[in-house]
Design a protein around this ligand. Sequence first.
Ligand SMILES: NC(=O)c1ccc[n+]([C@@H]2O[C@H](COP(=O)([O-])OP(=O)(O)OC[C@H]3O[C@@H](n4cnc5c(N)ncnc54)[C@H](O)[C@@H]3O)[C@@H](O)[C@H]2O)c1
Length: 301
Amino acid sequence: MRALVTGGAGFIGSHLVQRLLANGDDVVVIDDLSSGRREHLDDLDVDFLCASIEDRGALREALQGVHAVFHLAAMVSVPLSLQRPATCLRTNVVGTAGVLGEAGEAGAGVVVFASSAAVYGEQDERGPGGWSATHPTSPYGVSKVAGEQLTALSDGAAMRTVSLRFFNVYGSRQETRGPYASLVPALAARARRGEPLTLFGDGAQTRDFLHVSDAVDAAVFCARAPQARGTYDVGTGVEVSIEQLARQVAALMGSTAGVDHQPARAGDVRRSVASVARLRDAGWSTSVDLRSGLEQTLTSY
Ligand SMILES: NC(=O)c1ccc[n+]([C@@H]2O[C@H](COP(=O)([O-])OP(=O)(O)OC[C@H]3O[C@@H](n4cnc5c(N)ncnc54)[C@H](O)[C@@H]3O)[C@@H](O)[C@H]2O)c1
């Protein structure tokens, strides 16, 4: 299989590229390096195009002979999306429309779109089938709802499409600073410096932490499984409070500095957990539990 990974120099994208190459696939990456790093792909045998997904000519070039498209390129920072909503929508919605359109023209058989739990905002009581309604609280979340809808509209006899709502993905190569910093590396960095682990709010807010190898595994599974079609939550289905996570990180890193509560951040949701039944029914479930995922991740730091 020849696969295109948009955003392949990023955190999840570079792990996905590595997995596809290990499976014996040919890989082409298009990435403008706005938040990714070329060195994530050092020593990997990929065709790399440093260009934006908004550049239709570059997309057409990248899509030659491609069977499967993994569309991960996006503005991924919620705070940045609040500062620059129009840029976020241009990259994440118009860019996604371009990827889908060009993938169809090029004859790709399947597109897997990286959506996000951010589509939910505050999760409701589950409706029939275990789903919450979507109430995005940021332009980023809005852009992912629109991306999913465009992805569904492109599904047809010639091209199968799948949207994966990734929950909180963690693992090696995640940014530790700046607008792209994520929780696990930020906590690990403070533990390493012997500083108390900063929690915003009371720490009782919950998240569903997904190891990057499971995120990649779900994407590859959905690209290959003909029965996978439509939208899926991708998470463990296990709700973990931020405070529990911080205590696990501290214990694994031998930190005794404790936690430090800062005022809650506006827009921080209370509960976030995946509904795993739909993807399990399609034949896939996670295989890395939080403890072993954290051990691998903290070792890599
Ligand atoms: N990390 C998570 O917890 C998480 C959770 C839910 C969804 N996602 C989604 O997964 C995907 C990958 O996220 P990530 O965490 O690896 O982030 P990342 O920032 O590491 O990866 C995004 C990549 O896209 C590239 N990119 C951005 N705009 C581009 C453009 N216009 N043209 C070409 N390339 C562009 C960046 O340079 C980067 O390499 C994103 O779509 C994100 O929304 C991530």
